[in-house]
Design a protein around this ligand. Sequence first.
Ligand SMILES: Cc1cc2nc3c(=O)[nH]c(=O)nc-3n(C[C@H](O)[C@H](O)[C@H](O)COP(=O)(O)OP(=O)(O)OC[C@H]3O[C@@H](n4cnc5c(N)ncnc54)[C@H](O)[C@@H]3O)c2cc1C
Length: 404
Amino acid sequence: MVIGGGYAGLSCALALARGGASVIVADSEMAGFGGSSRNGGQANGGWNMIDLAAPDQGAMRARVESGLESQGHFEELLAREGLYDCYEPVGKFVAAYVPRHYDTLRRKAEWASANGYLDAEEVAPENVHEEVGTEFYHGGVRFSRGGLVQPARLHAGLLARVAAAGATVASPVRIDGFRRVPGGYSVETTAGDIRCNNLVVTTNGYTGSATPDLQRRVVPVASYIIATEPLADEVVDALIPRRRAVSDTARVLTYFRLSPDHRRMVFGGRASFASVSPEEGATGLHRMMTERFPHLRDVRVTHGWKGNVAFARDRLPHMGEADGLHWALCCNGSGVVMMTYLGAKIAQRILDRPNAPVCAFDGTGSANQAFPAIPLYNGRPWFLPVIGLSYRLRDFVDRLQSAR
Ligand SMILES: Cc1cc2nc3c(=O)[nH]c(=O)nc-3n(C[C@H](O)[C@H](O)[C@H](O)COP(=O)(O)OP(=O)(O)OC[C@H]3O[C@@H](n4cnc5c(N)ncnc54)[C@H](O)[C@@H]3O)c2cc1C
């Protein structure tokens, strides 16, 4: 049984059903209610795992390799399932918020290219307009791997494939708890108790009290998105000329793209670290968008929404198993490709019973050390407003210093 009907749950269920297992996916809301229908559509795996300051460079390389594998898995899945038309393989531009970040990006790009991981290319400050129509950024890095998806179309496509493969998707059905019974689990749901051999938790930013031990390891953080009214062709063409996925390196980061019909700006970010309404979030995002693109000041915002991502203490994704309980959690803001991959990896673990970890994010065997709990935390992220304030302050100081 799979708890959560997002990309991770569906990708796990699809692989399990295709492998001959009997599967139920339960979602407490409509399947797709979580991040998987409302995300920014940036589909990139690998780059964000590069950390040249990581104490264990070998482990870091393994994470980059699993990250790149997740990208390959994603593209193969879309092609195999006839879903490739949800995807534009336009690549990515990462924009430097301050000059110091440009140096870090350049070093990461050099490392990625030298090691044959990604064909990443630096974009000098004077050439940023090739990628984004603003003077705001201090250079950046581009690469052609990855791109953009239409999130809800992808989710709907996966849902249809899961049903066609013979799995049952039960929603709205909430899991309230479970207990170990011989050979598996008895799961308490709003539709009655269900027995299963394996229980898979893919609740990411919506992880709750039904899985208290995991809840203590997962910090939900709200992310907000706005979309503008349709823009004139010449405005759109200058805004993101190569139509790539774009994100920046601010601590309170923003990410943006053109809508799939290439007529609107779709702009996302952590507008607030307290969980505010989409309307309040939209006000903050509008400010962030017009800071970067002052010429959009008079453009109307027609849509705004929010959803939860999930962070781990070590800011890494995690999967694992203990006693027939499996999990794939903590996208850390980038889960379109990663959570889809981890869901499939859990299915591999259930079907093939491998002895070794199935990827660099698999903590099976040493799960409690590998997936750290957070001290003084039981699921209510009381510390986020403080972290948010400190991020804003440090971003502000960084920009001030770089303006001198
Ligand atoms: C606004 C926003 C923008 C984002 N932008 C990007 C992006 O551009 N690129 C990127 O890579 N990632 C992005 N993400 C992250 C990405 O969307 C997620 O990582 C991904 O969708 C997670 O998939 P999932 O299946 O793990 O979880 P989700 O899709 O969040 O699904 C979890 C599900 O679990 C269900 N659930 C929870 N508790 C229970 C229970 N007790 N019983 C039954 N069901 C339960 C919930 O209802 C929910 O549907 C964004 C997320 C948000 C919110």
